[in-house]
Design a protein around this ligand. Structure first.
Ligand code: ZN
Length: 168
């Protein structure tokens, strides 16, 4: 008579033990799998944007006058004093933004550059040819409104910058 509850308790305890071990295994596997997935995703993203990321990594490694400013959405933002003023306020190389605005966090500029980051995400290895080259040429020769040029207007749209609706 005394043994019945103990036996039940024992079974319950064993079940509890087994389930908790299984649960721990499940959680560990889940974490491991999501970590693996994250790593694979990161590697693929870097490979997809490799040309622009190679330039960005060289700048980060060898260019001394830069300072890490923070993360904006998915992009790493660096302050720098790399470009002549006529080149504009920033350059976006894949998920890296180099931003020249006297170390002041300007949401409009960074959001615009983030728009270029998204273009890089969509275009991958074509980014430098489709966006980078026309953008540089346009910056050098343009006399009109720089941000009305198609690849700049597209970057504004992707970054959520409303440049012309706020101005009268
Ligand atoms: Zn731009």
């Amino acid at each position: 008579m005394d043994k019945t509850p103990t036996a039940i308790d024992d079974v319950r305890y064993k079940t509890y033990k087994r389930l908790s071990i299984e649960y721990k295994k499940h959680v560990m596997n889940f974490n491991l799998n999501s970590m693996k997935m994250k790593t694979v995703k990161t590697i693929l993203l870097h490979l997809w944007q490799l040309p622009q990321h190679l330039i960005a990594w060289c700048l980060i490694l060898f260019y001394r006058q830069k300072r890490f400013a923070g993360i904006y959405k998915t992009s790493h933002v660096y302050y720098h004093s790399l470009l002549p003023n006529s080149w504009g306020e920033g350059i976006s190389l894949g998920q890296y933004i180099f931003y020249d605005s006297n170390n002041i966090w300007d949401e409009t500029v960074i959001a615009h550059e983030y728009g270029h980051s998204r273009q890089s995400f969509y275009l991958g290895p074509l980014y430098l040819i489709v966006i980078g080259l026309p953008s540089i040429i346009h910056a050098a020769v343009s006399t009109g409104d720089y941000y009305r040029y198609w690849c700049e207007a597209w970057a504004d749209r992707l970054g959520g910058v409303e440049r012309y609706t706020t101005k009268s």
